[in-house]
Design a protein around this ligand. Structure first.
Ligand code: C2E
Ligand code: MG
Ligand code: MG
Ligand code: MG
Length: 284
């Protein structure tokens, strides 16, 4: 109890920490109402196959649109949603919504959808059932769904997290694919790439050489990651591609897919549908 009191005292003497807590509590309350009021929406960002520059998939990215206010980006509320546990119902909704929207695109154009999953969701005993329900409810086949996780989900301070791996292995047996998001930014042993249930890696955008960067080190790193993934028969997707030079480099190094502002920002479903249609009808 003394320790608790001591900690509280420390907190009350630190206005910034106290302010942060209050702010988080307020955001949690607003977010709780936002769910009920349907203020959450999903935007979609195209994933482009570099061989023919066609859109083969989209990443679902959540947005919060409070009426009459500016759109809130996920960085501003995903952390709070994770801490409060609200990410569990929110994540289940993103899965249902993404599968529902992309089912039609998949039927017509073979489009697949990538959905971000937070570590908190994978700790739920019924996570795999939630995913399978979203698939069944939408008619989207499991092979058209990719779950994006971060390295930390699979390997937590060196130890493999059995529950997450159980869910992912079960879902993969149904045909669902798994991608490691922000690859290269977490620090863990590379052995997990061989041993754990994954299909693709997404090369973090921090590895994209900056415009005008002539330092060969940048290229060396990207090449090493692509070669490693290819050698392990994992798919490669480059994130945060913004320039034609980066596209040329990635193609040169044998990267399979790219995603970034160079091709398209994340856009509302209607706009994504139009982009997919254009991409599939263009004759190359
Ligand atoms: P992420 O999964 O790594 O998603 C990629 C982020 O990079 C997106 O930010 C996207 O808008 C941004 N991006 C894409 N291309 C470019 C580019 O060329 N340049 C730059 N500078 N940025 C680019 P966004 O939408 O703000 O999402 C941020 C993060 O929030 C995501 O990173 C993901 O970790 C998380 N997130 C988004 N939606 C969800 C969700 O439904 N569930 C969960 N758990 N997390 C989500
Ligand atoms: Mg992602
Ligand atoms: Mg990413
Ligand atoms: Mg990223």
């Amino acid at each position: 109890a003394a320790k608790e009191a001591g900690r509280d005292q420390l907190v009350s003497f630190d206005p910034t920490l106290r302010e942060k807590r209050l702010e988080a509590a307020r955001t949690t309350e607003r977010l709780r109402r936002a769910i009920v009021r349907d203020e959450l929406i999903v935007h979609f960002q195209p994933l482009i196959r570099l061989a023919d520059e066609r859109i083969t998939g989209v990443e679902a990215l959540i947005r919060w649109q409070p009426p009459g206010q500016r759109m809130v980006p996920p960085d501003k509320f995903i952390g709070v949603a994770e801490d409060s546990g609200l990410i569990v119902p929110i994540g289940a909704w993103v899965l249902r919504e993404s599968c529902r929207v992309v089912a039609a695109w998949h039927r017509e154009h073979g489009t697949v959808v990538s959905v971000n999953v937070s570590p908190r969701q994978l700790r739920e005993p019924d996570f795999a059932a939630t995913v399978l329900d979203a698939l069944r409810g939408s008619g989207l086949p499991p092979v058209a769904l990719i779950l994006e996780i971060t390295e930390g989900v699979l390997v937590d301070s060196g130890a493999v997290t059995e529950q997450a791996i159980g869910h992912l292995s079960m879902l993969r047996a149904h045909g669902v694919r798994v991608a490691v998001d922000d690859f290269g930014t977490g620090y863990s042993s590379l052995a997990y790439l061989r041993d754990l249930p994954i299909d693709h890696i997404k090369i973090d955008r921090s590895f994209m050489p900056a415009p005008g960067d002539t330092d060969p080190a940048a290229r060396t790193l990207v090449k090493a990651i692509i070669d490693l993934a290819s050698g392990l028969r994992l798919g490669t997707i480059a994130e945060g591609v913004e320039t034609a030079e980066q596209v040329a480099l990635l193609r040169d190094l044998g990267c399979q897919r790219a995603q970034g502002f160079y091709y398209s920002r994340p856009v509302p479903a209607d706009d994504a549908a139009r982009l997919i249609l254009e991409s599939s009808t263009v004759t190359s």
